[in-house]
Design a protein around this ligand. Structure first.
Ligand SMILES: Cc1cc2nc3c(=O)[nH]c(=O)nc-3n(C[C@H](O)[C@H](O)[C@H](O)COP(=O)(O)O)c2cc1C
Length: 355
């Protein structure tokens, strides 16, 4: 199934509130998530010849973990909105597809139950609370459960979020927090830290003994600050266009951050990535691997664990085929020389062919 068919099936299988939460954006002006997808596709792919492409390898190593595809599950809240087993089927589907998910703090399945039922390695997404004692308590549970790395989200500071305003969610939906059963949706966003400093990165490292990636970085100087403060790497992300209304696309921010951090830094990217061609573009713009958010939940809603295996397999096949016909057989060799800005299908469709 391609992702559009997957989405159509998810529309059939999810509740209205669940789907509105899943597909929602920051505000009225954000357009749809397609804005980021189109931004990746402003880049045309420039194929090369005279390269042996008999042995395409889509595997990469992230945080010391070797995965068969450069696609992992970006952390998204409440997987039970999509399937009964919540984050468990998402992780098991991604594991069968040769990868993993970043399990969210705001999960449907409590971390202990998730860890018991989930196969393979997984990472823990971290939302810090104003009350760091609450965060420390949860970190302890998560480390004990077996998280292999942390991903600290920086782009979602505490604020009273009125989820019902545009999307009709009234707080009585299926999304309740498995890890913090007493925190209602609105309390949840209110309790998030309004001040996260670079020192929190070291604090988390000391507390957990795990590598700490930071997520939601869009400016080169913030990426440099995070790395200097001890981050293992950065995830360039605009949170699936759900935080800042009118935010710039990740395709704009990513190459600038790669340039600032240099060749060796571990950099991930997400938002709007839907096809093998999109993955290829993100890798060429500087990502070592990419995250998919909504598509994994849609696939879970469309076909459970098997739906995820099928969709990730399909996108990875598309990537392998793009690599094969563009003349590159290793992920590490996909660089900016394969892209021409403004000559991709989305750009040409908007202003006509031009050289
Ligand atoms: C329903 C939903 C819930 C999300 N929840 C979280 C979260 O709890 N923590 C977080 O860091 N990012 C969260 N995100 C952002 C994703 O990690 C990711 O950045 C985004 O979904 C990527 O864009 P995509 O959905 O277009 O792939 C969420 C995104 C969605 C769609």
């Amino acid at each position: 199934m391609d992702w559009r068919t997957v989405h159509d099936k998810a529309v059939e299988n999810m509740t209205t509130a669940g789907l509105l939460y899943e597909d929602g954006n920051a505000d009225i002006d954000s357009g749809t998530n397609d804005v980021d997808t189109l931004a990746w596709r402003r880049y045309g792919i420039l194929p090369r010849t005279f390269h042996n492409v008999g042995d395409i390898d889509t595997s990469v190593t992230v945080g010391g973990l070797h995965i068969d595809t450069p696609i992992f599950g970006a952390p998204t809240a409440y997987h039970r909105l999509a399937s009964k087993q919540g984050e468990i089927s998402s992780q098991n589907g991604m594991h069968r597809a040769g990868s993993f998910i970043v399990y969210p703090t705001n999960a449907s399945e409590p971390v202990e139950h998730f860890a018991q039922e989930a196969q393979g390695e997984w990472w823990q997404q971290v939302y810090l609370f104003d009350d760091r004692k609450v965060s420390a308590g949860f970190m302890e549970r998560s480390v004990e459960a077996g998280a292999k790395a942390l991903m600290l989200t920086l782009d979602c500071p505490g604020y009273r979020r009125d989820f019902g305003f545009r999307n009709g969610i009234d707080g009585t939906w299926e999304g309740s927090s498995g890890n913090f059963p007493n925190m209602h949706m609105t309390d949840w966003t209110l309790n998030l830290a309004t001040s996260i400093t670079p020192k929190d990165i070291q604090w988390l490292k000391d507390l957990s003994g795990l590598p700490v990636y930071v997520k939601g970085v869009m400016r080169p100087e913030d990426a440099v600050t995070a790395m200097n403060a001890g981050a293992a790497g950065v995830m360039v992300s605009n949170h699936g266009r759900r935080q800042v209304d009118g935010v710039v696309p990740v395709a704009y921010a990513l190459p600038r951050i790669r340039k600032a951090l240099g060749r060796d830094a571990e950099i991930f990217a997400d938002t709007g990535i839907r096809t093998g061609g999109d993955v290829f573009r993100a890798l060429a713009l500087g990502a070592n691997a990419v995250g998919l958010g909504r598509p994994i939940q849609w696939a879970a809603a469309a076909g459970g664990e098997d739906g995820i295996v099928d969709m990730i397999g399909k996108i990875t096949d598309e990537l392998a085929h793009t690599m094969n016909s563009a003349g590159v057989s290793r992920i590490a060799d996909i660089d900016e020389s394969f892209l021409v800005e403004g000559q991709g299908p989305a750009a040409i469709a908007s202003y006509g062919v031009g050289f």
